[in-house]
Design a protein around this ligand. Sequence first.
Ligand code: DP6
Length: 344
Amino acid sequence: MSVVAVAPSNIALVKYWGKRDAARQWPANDSLSMTLTAARTETRAMIVDSGHDEFVFGGQRLAREAKEAARVMRHLDLLRRETGASAHLRIETQNTFPSAAGIASSASGFAALTLAGTAALLGAPDMAQLEGRGFTRARLASIARLGSGSACRSLFGGYVLWEAGPAPERQDVRPILAPEAFPLADLIVVLQAEAKRVSSSEAHRHAWTSPLFGPRLAGLPERLKRIETALAAGDFERLGIEIEHEALEMHAVIMTAEPPVRYLETATVELCAWLREERARGSFEAYFTIDAGPNVHVLCRPEDAATVTAKIQARFGAAVRSILQDQIGEGVSLASHPLEDLPS
Ligand code: DP6
């Protein structure tokens, strides 16, 4: 049997930045994200009898020593420990978004890997059977988190809260609002496609050295409450202003850490400033957020997505590599196929 898991990426509205305990992936703060639809990872897992794991990414078989493969192999060891199974797996994975788009794929990647790998090792081909074997979405989320923190939020759809909790083993991830309750589009404006010089895992470690990090942590519970209130009330303006402050605050921490890192490019800052000006002029209602990279996520109502996309293209033309039109959606899904159905 081969199983195929599909996991969407997610965009954080309240960012996970800084860890209290890196080994146990215990974050410094609660975070809140919106699960996406179009940007996703599809991962096929099947048991092999070659005696070792195999990893194929985007049609290319990766050497076990390759950096990306090593992280995947470690996660497969973890899945074997969690399931008590000893088999080896062939993992074939691909992203629906161009891998050169500079969009983090670790969230969707580790969510899909956890789901497909666990299902294959247990021979449990759907969510109900996985749950019957004790692997609820919450448990799968906590395993995915050990691969990459933000992956735990991709197990669920809509708006998802990851609570740090009072101890590493008491973290909680759960959906707080369904996609249809507050539908939003995410226009991912790709300004730079090259891999970043400093990975987010690396930069996370230095968060505590920024003089702004303590004040940030002190203010975050209130911000999270304001964002949850705005979501519940359907108040896009309140939500949007909060998420812009949040993204800029995370980047202020990153830029004032030791060593300082700057992910924001000139075009990033220009796009954000222009968006605010256009909004003030009443051209459209859209707000930005930015992850640990130079690309800008522009959030707007789905019915405004085409207009906002066209205006960004018209104003920034050459500086924009591409705009991926995405929107809020459901979490992971799982399907199984008999091996003979596999394309050769
Ligand atoms: C800026 O989840 O990539 O996207 O746990 O080290 O793999 P690791 O970090 P990662 O960090 C994501 C940081 C962020 C904000 C967020 O998604 O919450």
